[in-house]
Every structure is written in structure tokens, then in C-alpha cells.
Design a protein around this ligand. Sequence first.
Ligand SMILES: [Zn+2]
Ligand SMILES: [Zn+2]
Ligand SMILES: [Zn+2]
Length: 155
Amino acid sequence: MVPNQSKLAFSLQKIKDLGYRLTPQRIEILETIIESDNALTVQEIHAAIKIKHPHVSLDTIYRNLSTLTEAGLVGQINLQSRESAKFEFQGKHHHHHAVCLSCKKSFCLDDCSVSEAFEKQMKEANFRPVTHIFEVYGYCSECQESDEIPIQAGL
Ligand SMILES: [Zn+2]
Ligand SMILES: [Zn+2]
Ligand SMILES: [Zn+2]
């Protein structure tokens, strides 16, 4: 199997295992995200799906994306605004991102920052987590060269 097909097969199985419905739109959204080399905005995904389904609304794309995010298959990047959020295929590889405030490029970080202490607190609060997001905002190496960005640094 070529890698993209096995990513899709893994995803469809996971959707079924979690008890979500496997709709043609969900499958096509997944295919679009899997086949793209870059993270995509909702508008870009919408444009791709509209080729086959001219009547699908932006809201439907949003709803399906949030289901796929909840399923852990899709990762959401740059939550500073709903309009600028991007989505990428995550599959089995849960990870986080650094986002450049200037050019909006994102960089995958391999580590997960959720500690045992977090997990303990959620258990104590009897909270059942579904997904979580952690992002680092800053400036990429290219944008650091620009005069337009503030000099101030630090987390
Ligand atoms: Zn940048
Ligand atoms: Zn990533
Ligand atoms: Zn994490």
C-alpha cells in the first residue's frame, strides 16, 4: 500500500472504531488533508470539496473537521482566530506546533508537553479529556531578519 492509502485506511478504521459515521464528505476531507503537503485552512479544504459537492457549506466543513480533530486524526494549528486556523493530518502522531506570528508558517514539534501532573488533575476533577492544544507563538528564522517585528523576546 502507498503511504497515503494506508493513512486513509487507518483513519477510516479509527472513525468506525470510535462510533462516528463514515460519510462521503468526511472521507473526502480526510483525503484532501492527507494528500496535502502543507496544513490547509478551512477555506482551502472547502474549495477542494466543492469541486465534487458544489453545495457543501463552510459550516459543514467546520463541523466535520471538529469531529476529525476529536477523533485525533486531524491536528489543528494556529488558534488565534477561527479564520486563520489550519488543519493537517496527524494520524497516530500526536504533536504540537510553533507558529510564526509574522508569516503564519507553522513548525511541527515532536514533543507533547502534557505532564503526568496535568493528567492527575483531570482525573481528580473527574474530567474526561478528548483533545488538547498547545502552541508556541513567536518568529521563524526568516522573519527574525525583518525590521517589522518587535525585538522583545521570551516566553
Ligand atoms: Zn515567519
Ligand atoms: Zn504538525
Ligand atoms: Zn500533546
